[in-house]
Structure formats: C-alpha cells, structure tokens
Design a protein around this ligand. Sequence first.
Ligand code: KIV
Length: 325
Amino acid sequence: MKKFKKILAKKNRSKIICLTAYSKNIAEEVDKYADIVLVGDSLGSVLYNYSSTRKVTLTEMINHSKSVRLGVKKSLMVVDMPYKTYDTNVSALKNAKKVIKETKCDAVKLEGGKKIIRQVKFLIKNKIPVMGHLGLLPQSTKGKFKSKGKTSREIKQLISDALSLQREGVFAIVLECVKSPAAKQITQSLNIPTIGIGSSVFCDGQVLVTDDLLGLNQTKIKFVKRFLNLKKHINIGLRKFSSEVKSKKYPFWRLDTFFSKTKYTNVKVIEDGGWHFCNLKEPEKLLYKQIFPFSLIISSSKYSLNAHMQLLSNFFKKWVSLPLK
Ligand code: KIV
C-alpha cells in the first residue's frame, strides 16, 4: 500500500518515473531510478520480433516477470496482462491471480477504457491492483500505429474512459501516443496520475521501453530519445574479449602456491592453502616470477611449518601442470 500511496502523492508534485524491464539484470539497474517497473508486453516486439503484442502469451509474461522480480526491490512492479487474457470477469480474475501468485508483482495493467471496465471493476473488487492504459492500444490495433486525441470527440471519449477507470479504482493510467492538448486535459481531469509515452510533458510521469532509451533496441520511434548507445559499448567489450582469447592474453596465466613479497593484484588464498595469482597476463612474466618462488614461505606468519611443507608440495605438483609454452 505504501508504494501505491507514494505514487499517488507525486501527482502535481514531482514526476513519476516508469521504466520497462524484461529480466533481472536490467531490472536491478532500472529499480534504482524508477517508481514503477513495468514488465510490458512490448517484450513481444523487442525480444521476440513478433509483429504484434497480440502474440505474447501469459507464460511468456510470467517467465519474464519472475526474472524481473529478482531485480526489483524498491519500485512498484506492474505486469501487462496479455491479449485475450481478460476477455471476461472470470478469465481476467483467474489470469491476474495466476500472474500475481507466480511473479509476486504488485499490480497488473490492462489496455482499454469502457470496453473493459467490468473486468477492471471485478479485479479491483477482488483486491487486484490495476493500472489503466488509454490512447494507442497496441493489443487492439491492427495495422499502423496512430496517435489519439486528435478530434474533440476523441478527447471527450478519452476523458470519459479515464474518469471511468479512476472511478473503479485504478491507481494510475498510461497514456500512449495521446496528442499534447488531450493529454493535458485528461491529466487535469484526474486525481490519479497519468504516465505518458509519446504523450507530451503534461503527463504526471513518463514511461519508456528501457531497451529503446539505452540503444539496445535500435528501431526508430518518433518520440524515443536514445540516452545511450549501449550496443556500441557491448561491442567494445566483446571485441576485446575475442581479441584477447585469440592472442592468448586471456585467460590469465596462473601460478599456484607461490609466495613473494611482491604486492600482487587479484591474489586470493585458495582452498588448499595456496595462493592464486591472476595478475600474470603474459606467459613471459611467468619466467620472471620463477626466481622468487620460495622467498616468503618462511617469513609468512600465516602458516605453520607443516602447512608450508604442504604448500610447497602443492606448488611442485601444480607447477608441472602450468600451461607453459
Ligand atoms: O508494453 C509496454 O511496454 C507498455 C509501455 C510502452 C507503456 O505498455
């Protein structure tokens, strides 16, 4: 309840940040900045190249959400109910309960206004928190995506839908591709926050697909700003790995059970009592290190004489197995 109240309290005060996540590692980072982490059915196009979000299944949403749950600690986690999973009150409740039980998310999101108002009411009556979604509704759109709220009739319909959703108890409404004046009017008509995507600065918060804003997903969308070219950074890392494996610079050369006064980097005491040096990046360095193998055995206060003897014998055993050229 605290998380919902915090989001409501931001209306007219500070902007609400909502970001998508489809897996744990991204969710962990997104969680640091977001008020709401959304497991959107946009994962169908972003991850699976589906031509429409209509192809996304409940199982796919649940599996991705389970992973996201592992990364979300502080934000409110919302999961999209996929197409055809909330056609009736009975199916909506059965599927929403399944999503919440299996993913431990805080709320579900349903697309639509009056057409789905009975299901929204039924879910909320059954203690399932719901987020609304108006404007462009990808699950109901065949063909080209177009912005909404262009005519006064459309604006009236959107405001009426938003008020109906608010009346039934949704805690926030996503406005997707709603023209700026319409988004402003809807936002001003409501006590609950609106979260815009391609719907102007007048919304109470903003949501973007994280893969889009980080440049992981390179499809061009008019309203998306790319804040980072993550693909470029990934390529730098992968090229480096590939080149170091080919030149045998990686993996590091190892030298076990070996003492020296030298301050080595990445030194770990390993289970059998020896040292494990990971700082030898070139085979030539190994020869240099051979000069000092026993220099510190005696002065090391960490081990008894017996332990030193053990280490010494380990050293010889391992020395022969080193990957020398
Ligand atoms: O599926 C999704 O990611 C969404 C956002 C774009 C709002 O619904």
